[in-house]
Ligand binder design. Structure first.
Ligand code: NAP
Length: 310
């Protein structure tokens, strides 16, 4: 395969950056990978496990002569980082980000980048609950969507090249308006995370009352919530603070529907509950048919590992 960007620089060396670095190396999509992370520990690990050819404590030193810069840090830190590195980018460099929110990132980053740099915001819809440079794996993006939210006047060659990179890392690429992206992700990712955080918090309060029964008799549904709710606190704090309107809009709808279900339970309205659960079951089928999840029971996990007491 051909090299798409001779020198790639990752700002932030966590799950997404490390997965991208491994995927790029596996497909020979670049010649040199350079990184910057905040802590010495992360920088040392990234170098030790071969994610990067060089690391720099100073982001300005890292981006020298870069062909592609990937902002792979929490969305709340991207604007300040762009202000720091913007004046040091060479003409023609492509800058992308992998942030889970798009409008706020564009508003924070774009003003700091020179006009001769191509900023193409992006978001791979792929991840796990793990963080840091050791958590990455090359297949993370296989068959997953990579959403790009470019400005309408984006340089078409730069855009085509970034699309090719995403595809060669295994992803399917789609283009979307940034505000629409934020609304869609509020439904599919951000609000579900908030609900998981809340449910685990409620169970934790109960756990104190019931002397750890919540953990001991944890059923599959609750364990899935705990997996989601163990995601990085900084990343998710920044997601909610930066996708405020869309998340509040969807949360409002959620609480309305929850109140209706609450009422149906109170009134013994089984028909309402059954109809509602039948509709939601069909959504799971659609996700499987779209190739976005496995049809195997319990997400294909080994039955022995997942036996519950419920
Ligand atoms: P991660 O594993 O937690 O890694 C974050 C990296 O950013 C670390 O290397 C950290 O450095 C660095 N960092 C944090 N704050 C910084 C700052 N102020 N200055 C410089 N470096 C800083 O994060 P991730 O999961 O890869 O997420 C990165 C981005 O991808 C986020 O914007 C997130 O919204 C997005 N995203 C995440 C997922 C997911 O499932 N995790 C999926 C799609 C998109 P230290 O280690 O030195 O602290």
């Amino acid at each position: 395969m051909s090299v798409l960007y001779p020198k790639v620089v990752f700002i932030g060396l966590g799950l997404i950056a490390s997965s991208m670095a491994l995927a790029m190396r596996a497909a020979n999509l670049c010649e040199v990978i350079v990184g910057h992370a905040r802590s010495k520990e992360t920088r040392d690990v990234a170098l030790e496990i071969g994610l990067v050819d060089a690391v720099f404590a100073d982001p300005i030193a890292a981006v020298q002569d870069a062909d592609l810069v990937v902002l792979a840090l929490p969305v709340g830190a991207m604007g300040e980082m762009a202000a720091l590195i913007g004046p040091h980018l060479k003409a023609g460099t492509t800058v992308t980000d992998v942030g889970s929110v798009k409008v706020a990132v564009i508003l924070a980053v774009q003003p700091h980048l020179p006009v001769n740099v191509h900023f193409i915001p992006g978001h791979p819809i792929a991840g796990t609950e793990f963080s840091g440079p050791r958590s990455g794996f090359a297949r993370l993006f296989q068959g997953r969507w990579w959403l790009l939210t470019p400005h309408p006047e984006v340089d078409t060659q730069a855009f085509a090249r970034l699309c090719e990179l995403c595809r060669k890392m295994g992803a399917k690429v789609d283009q979307m308006d940034a505000a629409h992206h934020d609304l869609v992700l509020a439904v599919t990712s951000h609000t579900p995370h908030l609900i998981a955080y809340t449910m685990v918090g409620v169970a934790d309060d109960l756990g104190r009352v019931t002397d750890s029964e919540v953990i001991q008799y944890s059923a599959a549904g609750f364990r899935d919530f705990t997996r989601i709710a163990s995601s990085d606190p900084t990343m998710w704090r920044d997601v909610f603070l930066n996708n405020k309107e869309a998340t509040l809009e969807i949360l409002g709808r959620f609480t309305d529907e929850l109140a209706q279900l609450q009422n149906a339970i109170r009134l013994g309205d089984g028909a309402h509950l059954h109809a509602y659960f039948t509709r939601t079951r069909a959504i799971r089928r659609n996700i499987i048919d779209a190739g976005q999840d496995t049809s195997a029971a319990n997400f294909g996990r080994d039955a022995k590992e997942t036996t519950t007491k419920s």
